[in-house]
Design a protein around this ligand. Structure first.
Ligand SMILES: Nc1ncnc2c1ncn2[C@@H]1O[C@H](COP(=O)(O)OP(=O)(O)O)[C@@H](O)[C@H]1O
Ligand SMILES: [Mg+2]
Length: 311
């Protein structure tokens, strides 16, 4: 279990991480999601003792990372896949890792197989690796010591679609066997499919957390997509109530929540063949919650002037 308690990290007057608390449970994949500069990497660096916190603390299995003897046997870490000696081969990097952790050298081949780096690739130097290959090597390195906790910073960066699917399967089965996984991403769809729990961070603050369903439960729907046996009749009935409905595909797009459309159809005895919310998905929630830390203007939303962002 990873426990983050009241974590704050300041750089001069700038607060990169602001009073952040959350827990990552064993057997669960926790997604740490936020736009660029939100504070994900900083939080993870504090977790593994690379950056001291200004306030608060992080414990892993009840201990500070620095107090864990032979930490690689307990916590697998991948923060920056390029942060290895560029002149070493993949095999050398894993071998040094295995020796440092006191592991049998057979682990090296096991891990190479696990991440599908073949024997030829393993003899190439890191500087000649693609980003995707570096990520695979980094994941192999993180898993080398058979740790019970995994901390991965944007591990899907550079992986091809098949690689992302492979990683998803790997992390899911790791969690199913009782492992604790924390993985960060700035891309919602990367995390959405893997994560049991999600922590949303924007500008150094947690803006939402919970399972996908819990997060979506709070989202309010304002527009619907509906198809009726008689679209025209439904459209008229809605307009009588002052609700705008415009043709969309085989049905209508309605400026009202699904419950309102359903009610109208019942009142007029109109049979519906499809009714759903047209908005309020996870992406919209994510963008709305992290709105003031987005760099790019969102369509249909007023921009807030960015104040004093460092990046
Ligand atoms: N060593 C540092 N000195 C000054 N500012 C930093 C330092 N490290 C990170 N920051 C700032 O902290 C903020 C959060 O960065 P980071 O944790 O890397 O975000 P993320 O990983 O979510 O993209 C950014 O604005 C970044 O510029
Ligand atoms: Mg980062």
């Amino acid at each position: 279990m990873i426990k983050v308690e009241g974590l704050t990290r300041k750089y001069g007057a700038f607060t990169a991480v602001d009073d952040v608390s959350f827990v990552c449970q064993p057997g669960r994949v926790t997604g740490f999601l936020g736009p660029n500069g939100a504070g994900k990497t900083t939080t993870m660096r504090v977790m593994v003792g690379l950056t001291p916190p200004t306030q608060g603390r992080v414990t892993i299995g009840g201990h500070l990372y620095k107090d864990i003897p032979n930490p690689g046997r307990h916590v697998g870490v991948l923060l920056d896949a390029s942060a290895q000696h560029a002149g070493r081969t993949g095999r050398e990097i894993l071998t040094i890792g295995a020796q440092t952790m006191g592991l049998p050298l057979s682990r090296v081949d096991e891990m190479l197989d696990l991440v599908s780096l073949d024997r030829t690739e393993a003899t190439r130097r890191l500087r000649n690796y693609s980003l995707g290959m570096k990520q695979r090597l980094g994941i192999a390195h993180a898993l080398l010591g058979d740790p019970s906790v995994l901390i991965l910073d944007e591990p899907a960066n550079g992986l091809d679609p098949a690689g992302i699917r492979w990683m998803r399967g790997l992390l899911k089965s790791y969690a199913d066997r009782g492992g604790t996984v924390l993985l960060s991403s700035h891309l919602l769809n990367e995390v959405e499919q893997i994560a049991d729990e999600m922590i949303l961070i924007g500008r150094g603050r947690i803006v939402a957390e919970g399972t996908k369903d819990q997060l979506l439960a709070g989202a309010e729907h304002k527009t619907s997509l509906v198809t009726a046996l008689d679209n025209e009749l439904l459209s008229k009935a809605l307009q009588e109530k002052g609700i705008t409905a415009t043709p969309a595909g085989s049905g209508l797009r309605v400026d009202a929540p699904p419950v309102e459309v359903g009610r109208t159809s019942v009142e007029h005895g109109i049979v519906l063949t499809d009714l759903r919310a047209a908005d309020g998905g996870l992406e919209e929630l994510f963008l709305t919650l992290t709105e003031d830390s987005q760099r790019d203007e969102l369509p249909g939303q007023p921009t807030t002037a960015p104040e004093g962002t460092a990046a």
